[in-house]
Design a protein around this ligand. Structure first.
Ligand SMILES: Cc1cc2nc3c(=O)[nH]c(=O)nc-3n(C[C@H](O)[C@H](O)[C@H](O)COP(=O)(O)O)c2cc1C
Length: 216
């Protein structure tokens, strides 16, 4: 589809489902996030826990990609990945990251800014043990973000690992595990009519949260 003026006009949305008032926001933004995530799940949104993770490389170049949120509690927002891939290398150099969720069917966005750190090894191992066998083998097979000669290389590696681990428990690879993002700011965005969207930003104050309304 070409993004002609007519096509763009046909795509244009005016958001009208609901608003977000300061009085409606939970005093704990983590709890508020959990409510919105549950509502996204109840709505039947595909991968409601998918989030865009932004990191910065050693040259100051930002990069973004989707990862899946696996836990959200007082410690922060957790996801799992390869510890030697691109994003992990960025985080090692600069732990400041951004997370964005977009739930179109609910006309909602959540933006998180914070710092990422590795989760405890036991936690990564416990989560890895719950994954389907194919995903466990996939984690072993993929040297994430490295160059491949072709798809055959990846599939051969997977087949070899299938043989090696046949009938045996598959341990968590040493270079695979979780990161938890401790939020310094969480912004809740609710689409409204005429682009007059609601934006409430919760900023950590060291013990509590300051809530501010931002212009859309
Ligand atoms: C819906 C979706 C979910 C994904 N979930 C993850 C994930 O949880 N962890 C992960 O490492 N990559 C996940 N990926 C792949 C990443 O987007 C990315 O391609 C990969 O992590 C390599 O990124 P990097 O080279 O920047 O490290 C997911 C991709 C999509 C589209």
């Amino acid at each position: 589809m070409a993004l002609t003026p007519e096509a763009l006009a046909a795509l244009r949305q005016d958001y009208s489902q609901r608003g977000l008032l300061e009085s409606e926001l939970d005093a704990d933004p983590i709890r508020q996030f959990q409510v919105w995530l549950a509502e996204a799940q109840a709505q039947g949104i595909l991968e409601p826990n998918a989030m865009s993770l932004s990191t910065v490389d050693g040259h100051g170049q930002p990069w973004s990609r989707i990862v899946l949120l696996k836990k959200c509690d007082a410690a922060g927002f957790s996801f799992f990945t390869n510890y030697e891939g691109g994003k992990a290398q960025h985080i090692r150099g600069d732990s400041r990251v951004g997370l964005t969720f977009w739930w179109g069917a609910l006309e909602r966005q959540v933006n998180v800014v914070g710092t990422a750190s590795m989760v405890a090894r036991e936690e990564s191992e416990a989560y890895f043990a719950t994954r389907p066998i194919a995903s466990q083998l996939g984690a072993w097979a993929s040297r994430q973000s490295s160059l491949l000669s072709g798809r055959a290389e990846l599939e051969a590696c997977f087949a070899e690992l299938e043989q090696r681990f046949r009938g045996k428990p598959i341990p968590c690879p040493p270079n695979w595990g979780g990161f938890v993002v401790k939020p310094s700011s969480i912004e809740f965005w609710q689409g409204r009519r005429s682009r007059l969207h609601d934006r409430l930003r919760c900023t950590a104050t060291g013990g509590g949260w300051r809530v501010e309304r931002l212009a859309p």
